[in-house]
Write a protein that binds this ligand. Structure first.
Ligand code: NAI
Length: 395
């Protein structure tokens, strides 16, 4: 049997349940054949989720899976509590209950190597969305736990957000709107730092699904040039279609760009990639948009570069810690003219359109798993004991 496609609860079809309330005593519960405990860590949607059922990625609306999973007889545990040993996340992962873990990058439950050691029953991690860096993928390989995500489910949503963020930085939108709310009107204070995207050099670090869609959407803006930096070259026809030029050296790449956008996954090779040293190679006054992962950019180096005016702007929705602490420097950092901050909470990939797509995608992954069917190859990040994707670093 190929175990990557043939999941079982246990060899005899029973699942051992360790009740958290009973401390270390083991309660052996016989589940009927096929029943599986599934843990989902989602964010609380509160009033909004009660009023808007399409907010599927919330604790309240449970990815729209509750009824279906219950009708199949599965146990579906959903919680937002994810930090520390007493969190529901750690309790259910380490008390050997959960066979399937569903997480979302918007409210990441960090599945560390240490937790993998204790997650004895875990067989499958499903990311509701795209980006599985909150799972220690090397540990998943070691423990033969599969990691799947709903590839492509929100890539248009993010690409649109990237274009919006570029425009709001380059055109100095945020301070202009704040001025209006304040009741003021001084065009020169805004226009002194507002430009057109036309005629600028724009480059993406990572030219995968999102990066390429960003390039496609930039074509009608008549930029001076579109560049990309990626260890995987675009197929020639795809590069030609958007007239993108590949630059193989990162420092050279950033030194040519007026606008840089980050669209690669977070992994060992990209953590802190945009640090003080690399920022020193950026053009003075460049704009930087990062909707990939907060930790790809060094928090303090970015804040310093913006404060000094070396960067004119920084925008994105991803943070090194999520939820971001109230005093996170990225919330309030500004350029010397008081603008240049386009930060929002992590939502670019979780529009209502995207939520429908990734909730459907999670269901289809679970269906394949329950029915012992092969998974869509593009969704498999880690298969049984090996990386299946080439996007998480050159291995
Ligand atoms: P993808 O797998 O289609 O493309 C990623 C590209 O990055 C690949 O071409 C890969 O070769 C390249 N890459 C990897 N390491 C690199 C490096 N060191 N330097 C340059 N390029 C490198 O992934 P997709 O769908 O485009 O998503 C990219 C990332 O965007 C996700 O991993 C996730 O972190 C983030 N994302 C953020 C969302 C949000 O809501 N803010 C939603 C969806 C994705």
């Amino acid at each position: 049997l190929n175990r990557s496609h043939i999941p079982t609860s246990s060899s005899n079809g029973d699942t051992t349940l360790l009740s958290p309330s009973l401390g270390s005593s083991r309660v052996h519960m016989s589940y009927p054949w096929g029943l599986r405990p599934i843990l989902a860590i989602l964010y609380n949607g509160f009033k909004a989720a009660e009023e808007e059922p399409r907010l599927l990625g919330t604790v309240e609306n449970r990815l729209g899976l509750q009824e279906w999973l219950t009708s199949q007889g599965h146990e579906f545990i959903v919680s937002s509590s994810k930090e520390g040993p007493d969190s529901d996340f750690q309790k259910h992962i380490t008390d050997v209950r959960a066979e399937i873990l569903i997480t979302t990058p918007f409210h990441p439950g960090y599945l560390t190597a240490d937790l993998f050691e204790k997650a004895k029953k875990l067989k499958l991690c499903v990311t509701a969305g795209v980006g599985s860096d909150h799972i220690d993928l090397n540990a998943a390989v070691k423990h033969k736990v599969q990691v799947l995500e709903v590839s492509g489910s929100n890539v248009v949503s993010v690409a649109e957000h990237v274009i919006m963020s570029m425009l709001l930085l380059v055109r100095n939108f945020v301070p202009a709107h704040e001025m209006i709310e304040r009741g003021d009107w001084q065009v020169s204070d805004i226009a002194r730092n507002a430009f057109d995207l036309e005629g600028k050099v724009v480059g993406t670090i990572g030219a995968g699904r999102i990066g390429y869609r960003v390039l496609q959407r930039l074509v009608p803006f008549d930029c001076k040039e579109l560049l990309y930096y990626d260890y995987a070259a675009l197929p020639q026809a795809a590069a030609d279609a958007v007239k993108a030029r590949r630059v193989e050296d990162l420092k050279e790449f950033v030194s040519q760009c007026d606008v840089v956008t980050v669209n690669c996954p977070l992994h060992e090779g990209t953590k802190g990639l945009v640090n003080e040293e690399l920022l020193s190679h950026f053009k003075k006054g460049a704009w930087l948009v990062n909707t990939a992962r907060g930790a790809i950019c060094d928090k303090d180096a970015v804040a310093k570069a913006l404060k000094s005016g070396h960067l004119s702007g920084y925008a994105g929705d991803v943070w090194n810690v999520q939820p971001a602490p109230k005093d996170h420097v990225w919330r309030t950092m500004k350029n010397p003219l008081g603008g240049g901050n386009g930060m929002v909470p992590h939502y670019s990939g979780t529009t209502l359109d995207a939520q429908t797509r990734y909730a459907n995608g999670v269901k289809s992954i679970l269906e394949n798993y329950f029915d012992n069917k092969s998974q869509e190859p593009q969704n498999i990040i880690v298969g049984l004991g090996k990386y299946e994707t080439k996007a998480y670093g050159q291995r």
